[in-house]
Design a protein around this ligand. Sequence first.
Ligand code: 8Z2
Ligand code: NDP
Length: 295
Amino acid sequence: MRTDQPAPPGGGLRPDVHTGKVALVTGGGTGIGRATALDLAAGGARVVICGRRPEPLAEVADQIEALGGSCVTVSADIREEGSVTTVVGHALEAFGPVDVLVNNAGGQFTAPAEEISPGGRRAVHRLAVDATWAMTREVARRAMIPQRSGAVFFIAFSPRRGIPGFAHAASARAAVENLAAGLSLEWSRYGIRTVCVAPGTIATGGLDDHYTAEDRERWERSVPLGRLGRPEDVSGLISFLASPRAPTSPAPPLWSTAERTPGVPGTPCPTSPRRNPTSPRRTRPPRTTHDPLRH
Ligand SMILES: CCCCCCCCC/C=C/C(=O)SCCNC(=O)CCNC(=O)[C@H](O)C(C)(C)COP(=O)(O)OP(=O)(O)OC[C@H]1O[C@@H](n2cnc3c(N)ncnc32)[C@H](O)[C@@H]1OP(=O)(O)O
Ligand SMILES: NC(=O)C1=CN([C@@H]2O[C@H](COP(=O)(O)OP(=O)(O)OC[C@H]3O[C@@H](n4cnc5c(N)ncnc54)[C@H](OP(=O)(O)O)[C@@H]3O)[C@@H](O)[C@H]2O)C=CC1
């Protein structure tokens, strides 16, 4: 069964929480992007979504309009030269300055690192890093810096420090995470918040379509909650963080959903020896007067 089904939007927030706001969601036609577009619209934002395929975008626009909201779609490959300018131009023309940008579009394939060609690595980095940077800069320069406010979201991965089979993709997301941190330090002076969200494995159509059932099961086992996350887990968090209730901070918080067990992917956390009555209790070694690892 496909898991990428629409869920009741809103995330439990007030229906006017984003009233007056304009939001731009890349990859807003499916999965996490769709859920985010729906949640922001359910809070009163006018929403612009983009992606390469027009059909999923049109479906989301219909759903938003059925809820009484406003949505404009722009079909574009944001890796292509000039496309980011076009997307932002459509947004400004339709609704005026963008208040919330969600850099959600992204994707990759799994392969052993040594089999990832330079072209394969570029394909992934062009989307996750280059297009994200271009979109962020364009929105900041044309909307958020002039109006001295805004919230920009980036999507990274959990775990954050490398995933087997994802050398190209995980390193791209590390770059994005660092970008969010650096921009936060620079753009606080314009009232722009930049926030990186690092989802765990989320059950979306993208996951169903591009990864095997074995991958899925292995990833599922690695989530302490025992189930994959839902798109609404991520979109609800973004919607809350885009709201006036969000905590503000000079450096960006990193928010994580459906966090995975650290260590070997797919391997359950080892049982603590203390909790296992058959294991002998560990005794702490006596502290030496000088331990170079302690300050
Ligand atoms: C703890 C638990 C752990 C945790 C585990 C982590 C869990 C998962 C976390 C993330 C989940 C998700 O993101 S979920 C779903 C997100 N959506 C996706 O992943 C969508 C999948 N794909 C795409 O969007 C795109 O195909 C994308 C990958 C960006 C590439 O787009 P392009 O159209 O440019 O691709 P192509 O033109 O076909 O190919 C470009 C180059 O890439 C190479 N390439 C393409 N597919 C390839 C493949 N399978 N293997 C090798 N190389 C490949 C080609 O040979 C080309 O290289 P040259 O011939 O050398 O030029
Ligand atoms: N699902 C998961 O477990 C996790 C996902 N993520 C990340 O979250 C984001 C959303 O993931 P998810 O919803 O699962 O995946 P999906 O594949 O459903 O969504 C990706 C979206 O990006 C759009 N897109 C892809 N390439 C381009 C492009 N070149 N130009 C414009 N739009 C593009 C796609 O539309 P179209 O194909 O029509 O262009 C699609 O709507 C991705 O960045 C993903 O890597 C992060 C951690 C975990």
